[in-house]
Design a protein. Structure first.
Length: 447
């Protein structure tokens, strides 16, 4: 068995798999190193199981809507453990698909953690591999705090090991993981408190993030801002927390830490190979995913770019096209990338937040908004208002930001992301005939 390859990829998450598959399609001989399950965070303890739980929570909401509509049904709890088996069977099918496709592509999968040795060499178990091109796609893991009692709580990976819905939960943090899992657990029957140092969803449009927080509070989720937890304690079967403000918080059945993620860049030989990192451990890259070491590249969460699965996939494919497909200028444009928070309701956005647009364009910014109750909720006793927002710039009102909070936002943002990417103007939306009655029509009816 030869240890010489055209490409060695460290990490078989979404980005690593994408780079490996695309390179193999171009005829490269590829080695893919992964000591754990294929699919990385997204497939195993991220997007896929999270979205499955989100769908289960949607079904719980639908039961209540059915009652409001007049159906003779009695909402019941989710058989959590039975659903977890169904969820994991779905993930097992993804693993099987990856293994089949990797074999078909003649990609050698090595169940080992890779370590850079310099000069195009990688240590993988007892083998020393060599290639002119090496891709770092090692991902990230949940951040741990130097807080007394931290290990008494869960991190996001642990959430997917739960076999029942907790009774009362505290979630520490205000980002994607906090907001999404809070919505899931609350909708499936838990009492949930969120403790955030700042506001929710930093990086999203501030007005939209605030509106999401209001929706969550209206549903019964308690959100505590400007709170930093300094200690976690167990008393019997209950957990309590101390806040730096002096408050004693609790009791809780579970505490979930959702305080960010840390790149998996330790102990993979970066210094030996001359690869530089920032002070948080992110591998430094340029526009073309190049690190400071010749022939070594990085994609996905191990870098400081947007930590989103489609971003890692797109970056990996473009990198492989550049290295092996003859597209010398191929690279990912990180501007105007759409993203969704699978909250209850979902929050979606593409392009600039209003505050960012005003800091760049000043008085040239014009904002359009629409607040409305979706029709399917207007027929219910459990309605909330959706909020849509356009951020436009200049005399021609070029659309630089599209934001949506409400049912269906996770689907409609994809199409409007194309419009933003193409430089659509407000008049282009005005000239588009609305599809009625829908929520999406509000995007082309704002005045």
């Amino acid at each position: 068995m030869s240890d010489r390859f055209d490409l060695i990829v460290l990490g078989a998450g979404s980005g690593g798999l994408a780079a490996a598959f695309r390179a193999a399609r171009h005829g490269a001989r590829v080695a893919l190193l992964e000591p754990n399950q294929l699919g990385g965070t997204c497939v195993n303890v991220g997007c896929v199981p999270k979205k499955a739980m989100w769908h289960a929570a949607q079904m719980a909401e639908a039961q209540q809507l059915a009652v409001d509509y007049g159906f003779d049904v009695t909402p019941g709890p989710l058989d959590w453990s039975a659903f977890v088996k169904r969820r994991q069977a779905y993930i097992a099918n993804i693993h099987a698909s990856y293994h089949r496709r990797l074999a078909e592509a003649d990609i050698e999968v090595i169940a080992s953690r890779g370590r850079l040795l310099g000069q195009g060499r990688v240590k993988a178990g007892e083998r020393t591999l060599q290639a002119p091109h090496i891709v770092l796609a090692t991902g990230a893991h949940p951040k741990r705090l130097d807080v007394p009692g931290f290990d008494l709580g869960m991190v996001s990976d642990d959430f997917f090991d739960l076999d029942a819905c907790p009774g009362k939960v505290a979630i520490v943090g205000g980002g994607y993981i906090s907001v999404e899992l809070a919505g899931v657990m609350h909708t499936l029957g838990a009492q949930v408190d969120i403790y955030a140092r700042g506001h929710l969803m930093h990086g999203f449009d501030a007005e939209m993030a605030l509106a999401l927080g209001e929706c969550m509070r209206a549903q019964g989720i308690d959100i505590h801002y400007q709170c930093q937890v300094s200690k976690l304690m167990r008393e019997g079967d209950q957990l309590f927390m101390n806040c730096t403000a002096g408050n004693r918080l609790g009791p809780y059945d579970k505490v979930l830490w959702a305080v960010g993620r840390v790149p998996n860049s330790d102990n993979i030989g970066l210094e030996k190979a001359g690869v530089a990192c920032d002070d948080q451990g992110h591998v430094l890259i340029d526009t073309f995913q190049n690190t400071e070491a010749h022939g070594i590249y990085a994609i996905g969460d191990v870098t400081d770019r947007l930590a989103l699965t489609p971003v890692a996939i797109a970056a990996g494919r473009r990198l492989a096209d550049r290295l092996f497909g003859g597209r010398r200028q191929a690279h990912l444009d990180y501007q105007n990338i759409p993203s969704v928070v699978f909250a209850h309701p979902p929050l979606a956005g593409c392009g600039m937040a209003e505050e960012d647009a005003r800091s760049v364009h000043g008085e040239a910014v014009k904002v359009y908004r629409s607040r409305f109750t979706p029709m399917h909720l207007s027929l219910s006793d459990h309605g909330y208002q959706s909020v849509f927002k356009l951020v436009c710039v200049g005399e021609d009102e070029r659309v630089v930001g599209v934001h949506a909070l409400g049912a269906g936002a996770e689907e409609l943002i994809q199409g409007f992301a194309v419009a933003v990417k193409m430089g659509a103007r407000k008049v282009d939306l005005d000239d588009t005939v609305a599809v009625h009655p829908t929520s999406a029509e509000e995007m082309v009816l704002m005045r």
